[in-house]
Design a protein around this ligand. Structure first.
Ligand code: PMP
Length: 359
């Protein structure tokens, strides 16, 4: 299948001239910067990052292309820095893909529900039709239905693996079949990959020019509050994402905090291990409850649990101050709650509450 980026890009995006920041235009070494209308004196707050000798001043604009941070992510992820895009959460990358590759009122994208809600929300914001190909009852992709659904205006296919809210990874061969046969972009959202038994699609990036991988600092890295997401893709895709993004989309604070976090790989790995242990424990304890009907296998940091009258269980837990995600009205997830793996103490409270549930 031939992949030509220029055929995919919206005409106005292809033709436009991107914003050129002050720092873009000057390439030499300089000591005095009077080019960006910042406050040259100081910032009222200084950020102290663990491991840094001095505090960071925030009165200057950040590096628009986050070179230092991308170099470090490159070493951790094994992806060349030029193949990395960083966004304000992976949600920013999702939105940009619509704005770059889909013409409003004309093009469409395909999603496999039940899945992460932002694909559809971003499509609606951008006035792009969403074609839905429901997952099979085993939560895998229905390739035959997909083939029938793709048309000449289909630009993007979103594959969430491990999938939210079902928790399973998609069959690798199915993803490869789609990558080999679709001439638009295939977005593999790996937000939960650190918890998966299946390996990332990152090694396949060199093979498939139509592959975009999304990962995030919001899950295993413990930085949901920071808002930092990653997209890995071929150079032409990344170049368009850089062309359309806000010039300074990642703050200095975020860049510096993420650099510090990337020193903590062993700690993050310990947390992943601890989450796995708590997941096994919850699987056992929730499985022993009389009103639990099924616990789906999970490659993520949450469990999808089918319970008798799930909405009642949800209301009961809410009254006890424990919030889980009620997915009981979602097709294929009828009577299901999605429960994030908590700390040992949080899980104790959850299981204590459920043991006392008047089923
Ligand atoms: N993808 C999936 C599958 C998710 O579940 C989430 C968050 N719940 C995101 C992306 C968004 O991540 P971020 O915080 O990086 O925007």
């Amino acid at each position: 299948m031939e992949f030509t980026i220029e055929k995919l890009v919206r005409e106005n995006i292809r033709r436009m001239t991107p914003y050129s920041s002050a720092r873009h235009e000057f390439a030499g070494e300089a000591a005095i910067f009077l080019d960006a209308n910042e406050n040259s004196i100081d910032s009222p707050v200084h950020l102290v990052v663990t491991g840094k000798d001095s505090s960071l001043q925030l009165n200057r604009y950040p590096d628009p292309l986050q070179h230092e941070l991308k170099e470090k992510i490159s070493r951790v992820k094994g992806v060349p820095a030029e193949n990395i895009f960083l966004g304000n959460g992976s949600d920013e990358a999702i939105d940009l893909l619509f704005r770059i590759f889909c013409t409003p009122g004309k093009d469409n994208v395909i999603i496999f529900p039940p899945t992460y809600g932002m694909y559809e929300v971003c499509a609606e914001i951008n006035d792009i039709e969403v074609k839905k190909v429901p997952l099979l009852s085993n939560f895998q992709i229905n390739l035959e239905a997909l083939e029938q659904t793709i048309d000449q205006n289909t630009r993007l296919i979103f594959i969430c693996s491990p999938n939210n809210p079902t928790g399973n990874s998609m069959n690798r061969e199915d993803v490869e079949t789609i990558l080999n046969n679709f001439d638009g972009l295939v977005i593999v959202d790996e937000a939960y990959i650190n918890y998966a038994r299946q390996r990332s699609f990152i090694p396949e990036l060199t093979e498939y020019p139509n592959l975009v991988i999304l990962q995030t600092f919001s899950k295993a890295w413990g930085l949901a509050g920071l808002r930092l997401g990653m997209a890995f893709a071929g150079l032409p895709v990344i170049e368009y994402m850089n062309k359309v993004k806000y010039p300074y989309n990642i703050s200095t604070a975020t860049q510096q905090l993420a650099l510090a976090a990337l020193e903590m790989v062993p700690t993050v790995n310990n947390w992943i291990q601890a989450t796995e242990e708590q997941k096994s424990r919850l699987q056992k304890e929730l499985g022993a409850l009389s009103f639990t009907q099924h616990i789906y296998p999970s490659d993520a940091n949450f469990l999808l649990v089918k319970m008798k009258e799930a909405k009642k269980v949800y209301d009961y837990l809410s009254q006890k101050g424990i919030v889980v995600r009620d997915r009981s009205r979602v097709k294929l997830c009828e009577d299901c709650l999605r429960i994030t793996i908590g700390t040992i103490e949080e899980n104790n409270q959850l299981t204590d509450a459920l043991k006392n549930y008047p089923a």
